[in-house]
Design a protein around this ligand. Structure first.
Ligand SMILES: *Cc1c(COP(=O)(O)O)cnc(C)c1O
Length: 410
């Protein structure tokens, strides 16, 4: 028995996770087609992945990836600032510039790395970062890296944001207001026009993470394009790993912002460039997003078919959350659906605040309407068997000054 102090430390923390019902395990999943997965040996219909348009399995996307791998190799070999900036990067950034209508774009290794790099580069010690409390872990992590003062405002609560700005803005040099365009675990949208107006009034910069909006909302161009006029978002962060069907992240904005990130964002400068195949696949994915509005419209249509069938408020995105309260209740509901052939994962703390464990259902152009209605019937049957758990009883306190997502507890 060589039970080192390190192993003992790891084991005791895992035991704590287990007691809280929060232990996670990596399940072996092969996605044969977009919506069909083999999960630990069982074939299931998946309503759980973020491949909203089914592009990860699209023949043109796959062909582009294969051709680029053959031409440029399997790996980039170095950081983009050294020798990793293969010629496909320029085309990908050009495609993003055209889709987003910005002056420039910078592609990062992932969405997570893009958020880390952007926030930690754009803000520093005398600055203020105000984040929606439900922002993704990578935004809180990027804010923490920046050494700016970081506060969170209540979810989509303009009054709370305005009051924090009133108290805090004067004492700081620059201010960033950070939100997701579509919230990843709830599926609702941020009030972007109001946020942009508030940012203007308080001389703040608006930053969005559009991971779940690209390819789905605003004709595929993202949450800033879902209103009468494009919303003035200063910095648009996003991922190429969801609707675009590939891998990687991006920041779209002005030329000086992009040049600054290329010079100073450590998650770009000190990390290897993306594999050429991933860049080529993202270019092909974006081309389909820009040219196939019918495909782009399907995920939201499916989500609204589902919410109508369950008499829920109309979905605002391709994500629908079904609240279950406790982690155990969410797991039980997920297992019941699995018994009927559906894969819908349970989402538990720290991904969501304590007391709000849920099933998170995501819809894709790879689903048929009949499959969407089958899932709705199975979810309705969960209720008839008795509620899986009390709905959203808050059994834990969320410290709003810190991220509910950033798992920083010892
Ligand atoms: C998935 C996700 C990310 C991370 O993107 P990756 O490319 O997977 O690293 C960032 N922000 C939000 C809101 C996300 O949902």
């Amino acid at each position: 028995m060589n039970d080192s102090t390190l192993d003992r430390h790891a084991r005791s923390r895992l035991a704590l996770q287990q007691r809280r019902g929060l232990l996670r395990e990596l399940r072996q999943t092969s996605r044969e087609e977009c919506a069909a997965v083999i999960d630990n040996g069982t074939r299931l219909l998946s309503f759980t992945c973020n491949d909203y348009l089914g592009l990860s399995h699209h023949p043109e996307v796959i062909a582009a990836s294969v051709a680029a791998t053959q031409r440029f190799g399997a790996g980039a070999g170095a950081s983009r600032l050294v020798t990793g900036n293969h010629p496909l990067y320029r085309s990908l950034e050009q495609a993003l510039i055209e889709l987003k209508g910005t002056d420039d774009a910078v592609v990062f290794g992932s969405g997570y790395l893009a958020s880390l790099g952007a926030l930690s580069t754009l803000a520093a010690a005398p600055d203020l970062i105000l984040l929606d409390e439900l922002c993704h872990s990578c935004l809180f992590a990027g804010a923490a890296l920046s050494a700016a003062k970081v506060l969170s405002y209540r979810h989509n609560d303009m009054q709370h944001l305005t009051s924090l700005l009133g108290q805090q803005r004067g004492g700081h040099r620059h201010c960033l207001i950070v939100t997701e365009g579509v919230f990843s675990m709830d599926g609702d949208r941020a009030p972007l026009p109001a946020l942009a107006e508030t940012a203007r009034q308080h001389d703040a910069w608006l930053v969005t993470d559009d991971a779940h909006a690209l390819g789905v909302i605003g004709g595929g161009r993202g949450s800033g394009f879902a209103h009468d006029r494009p919303v003035a978002v200063d910095v648009q962060i996003g991922t190429l790993s969801k609707a675009a069907g590939s891998y990687g992240g991006y920041v779209c904005g002005s030329r000086p912002v992009a040049d600054l990130l290329r010079n100073r964002a450590r998650s770009l400068v000190y990390s290897t460039g993306l594999p050429p195949g991933a860049v080529a696949a993202a270019i092909a994915g974006l081309r389909i997003i820009a040219s196939d509005p019918q495909r782009v419209a399907i995920p939201l249509q499916h989500a609204r078919t589902f919410t109508a069938a369950l008499q829920m408020p109309a979905a605002q995105s391709a994500i629908v959350a079904l609240p279950m309260g406790t982690p155990e209740g969410a797991l039980r509901a997920s297992h019941r659906l699995r018994d009927q052939g559906f894969l819908v994962v349970a989402i538990r703390p720290p991904t969501v605040p304590a007391g709000t464990s849920r099933l998170r259902v995501t819809f894709s152009a790879a689903h048929s309407q009949a499959q969407v209605l089958q899932l709705a019937a199975a979810v309705r049957a969960l209720d008839e068997q008795g509620p899986p758990a009390a709905i959203a009883t808050d059994n834990g306190h969320t410290d709003r000054a810190r991220s509910p997502r950033a798992d920083t507890s010892p």
